[in-house]
Ligand binder design. Structure first.
Ligand code: 3PG
Length: 410
């Protein structure tokens, strides 16, 4: 796929037009609501600069319902205003009277950030695209706009309302970030050399298991190494007793059902998925490395992969020609439990071609100053690995359909 398959800002006359831009500002947040890493916010600035002569309304999400960091977009608007050097007005409404009247009163150069679109329950319902177009949000908002731009590469693997609902009704194209991601990831696919290893960590267990299966089935990866919560689920699936605190954590995240799923994938790809041999347990803040068979007896939470695993994984990663990192190896924000994540990042930087995707791991790449040493740092987590696994991303597919329709009618 090339950037020519869809329209971009260059294809539209944007002067004084009212433009709805779906952005992905989903950022790691601390319990007090502070944004820990603003890379995603910053990454949309080129798009906003190119829309200076328009009236721009941003639609975005933060986290998922039920999670601790499921919050309003107020903090995001403040940070964005700082980067843009112009006010980004936060409106605590998505498509109600307040939002619609604020949009109607906009002047050229104004930028509005609407409320977290996932506060609206229909956003996350999976439905055919033509049904998405008939929902309240799309019917209320679309008459107010001339153009829709999708700049939210990082959530374009979701067929959600704000991603695919407007493209059938409004002239639609990609923002600058979307263009940049597609170009860079396409380049990496073309040069993708073997052995290719995907290192899947973090806490989005369902996504990681799906990707492991996809990339191993398609031949997109020769091997998958697992870390983070996904490793714990895989260990449990392989028959290891990971102890009560770790099982409870999996349950609290709603991932108990993923254990059976992980079992199927482990059986299907025997020998292709690397599991941790040891783990770092958190004993009141102190790191204790133990063999995987000893984890259960200690009754403590696993907060990182163990040192033996770090050494084994690092040597495999360094010798690979292509490495894709997704999700941290442990609770990297806790002192002593960042070692796995840092060492995996360093090893990946020494491999042939390195890509990191996802908010948390890319924040750690920048934390240790390894940004320049990576071939590509993607703003996408799940979207990046789905793209590299060869999946069609609904958000990008919707832009392609919109481009065809636009070209036929122009
Ligand atoms: C991400 O952080 O990967 C994107 O913002 C998508 O978020 P989601 O996995 O909650 O849909």
């Amino acid at each position: 796929m090339t950037a020519k398959d869809f329209l971009t800002i260059d294809d539209f006359d944007i002067e004084d037009r009212t433009i709805l831009v779906r952005v992905d500002l989903n950022s790691p947040m601390d319990p007090e609501g502070g944004i820990l890493d603003d890379m995603r916010i910053h990454s949309h600035i080129p798009t906003l600069r190119d829309l200076e002569d328009a009236k721009v309304v941003l639609l975005a999400h933060q986290s998922r319902p039920g999670k601790n960091d499921f919050s309003t977009m107020e903090a995001h608007s403040r940070i964005m205003s700082g980067y843009l050097g112009r006010k980004v007005t936060y409106i605590d409404d998505i498509f109600g009277t307040y939002a619609r009247s604020s949009i109607s009163e906009m002047k050229k150069g104004d930028v509005i950030l609407l409320e977290n679109v996932r506060f609206y329950s229909e956003e996350s319902l999976k439905r055919p695209v033509d049904e998405q177009q008939r929902t309240h949000m799309v019917r209320q908002l679309s008459p107010l706009f001339d153009i829709f731009l999708n700049d939210a590469f990082a959530v374009s693997h979701r067929s959600q309302l704000s991603i695919v609902g407007f493209t059938g009704l409004l002239p639609s194209g990609a923002g600058r970030l979307m263009e940049r991601e597609i170009t860079a990831l396409n380049k990496s696919l073309q040069g993708n050399e073997c052995p290719c290893i995907f290192v899947l960590g973090g806490a989005k267990v369902d996504d990681s298991i799906k990707v492991a299966e996809n990339v191993l089935s398609s031949g997109g990866a020769d091997r998958v190494l697992v870390t983070g919560v996904v490793a714990n689920v895989m260990l449990a699936a392989s028959g290891v007793d990971i102890g009560e605190p770790n099982m409870k954590f999996i349950e609290s995240q709603g991932y108990l059902d993923q254990i059976d799923r992980a079992k199927e994938v482990l059986e299907k790809f025997e020998g292709k998925i690397g599991l941790p041999r040891d783990a770092a347990l958190n004993d009141n803040g102190t790191r204790i490395d133990v063999k995987i068979e000893e984890v259960a007896s200690k009754n403590l939470p696993i907060n990182d992969i163990g040192l033996e695993t770090i050494v084994a994984y690092s040597s495999e990663i360094e010798n690979a020609k292509t490495v894709v990192l997704n999700g941290p190896a442990g609770v990297a924000e806790l002192d002593g439990f960042e070692i796995g994540t840092f060492e995996i990042i360093k090893a990946a930087a020494n491999s042939g071609y390195s890509i990191a995707g996802g908010g948390h791991i890319t924040a750690e790449v920048r934390n240790i100053g390894y940004e320049e040493q990576f071939s590509h740092i993607s703003t996408g987590g799940g979207a990046c690995i789905d793209f590299l696994a060869g999946d069609e991303l609904p958000g990008i597919e919707a832009l392609k359909v919109a481009a065809k329709r636009y070209q036929e009618t122009e």
